[in-house]
Design a binder for this molecule. Sequence first.
Ligand code: DGL
Length: 271
Amino acid sequence: MIGVFDSGFGGLTILRELKKALPQYDFAYLGDNARAPYGTRSFETIYAYTRQAVDSLFSLGCPLVILACNTASAKALRSIQQNDLPSLVPENRVLGIVRPTAECIGQFSKTGHVGILATPGTVSSESYLMEISHFSPDLVVSQHSCPLWVPLVENGELESAGTEYFVKRDIETLFRKDPLIDTVLLACTHYPLLTPIIQKFLPKGVRLVSQGEIVAKRTLDYLNRHPEIEIRLKKTGKTEFWTTDTVDFFEKGAFLFGERNISAKKLTFSY
Ligand code: DGL
């Protein structure tokens, strides 16, 4: 299976596009709902949690794991790829979602000014600033962290007045940093769920970019270039859902993300 990991429900916005682009493949989705959100946690904690999740997905039979979480990609991917994989399971692969997004975000902007909304962990890692500077050195990038958006989404507060208040406040703060922004990247996989409210407060003509399609396209491309991984993937079009919280909590939350009639399973970490 292709493993898809997120701190909670956000990675489902990536999984949906992966399943559209790669319908023949089997997926195992893991949400660490019991410990979400990750975005306000330390580097050490995010790394330890992500490493456990990757180990579990390997054990479930995933030779390829996608960290469908910007916070985990920004804080843990490099250590896992460089330090853990070579000694652990050198033939397996772990991919993140920061680099593929950074590679193409410049193409969306006409003014050359881009805004990034993300968790505090992703913003403070400066991963997007570093990666974008490689691919689009002239792009002017402003970041703003929205620590309350993930808890609001995890709790199903997708339309409330409270959510509107925080979304409006954070968007206004981003545009005060740079009024020339014409493209806003939702660099947290939870945020697409708030798209209707975000659109309401975005200045006219500003383009909103989510990562689902970008990651799906890049995964397809990766599998074409890596037949040694592709050949190890099961192709019956099935998806398993795993959560570290209760199955009931996951199934109800996943419903809001468009995953209807699923049977989730509970995962307990072995260490
Ligand atoms: N979906 C995660 C991301 O893309 C949210 C992280 C969190 O749990 O705070 O960053």
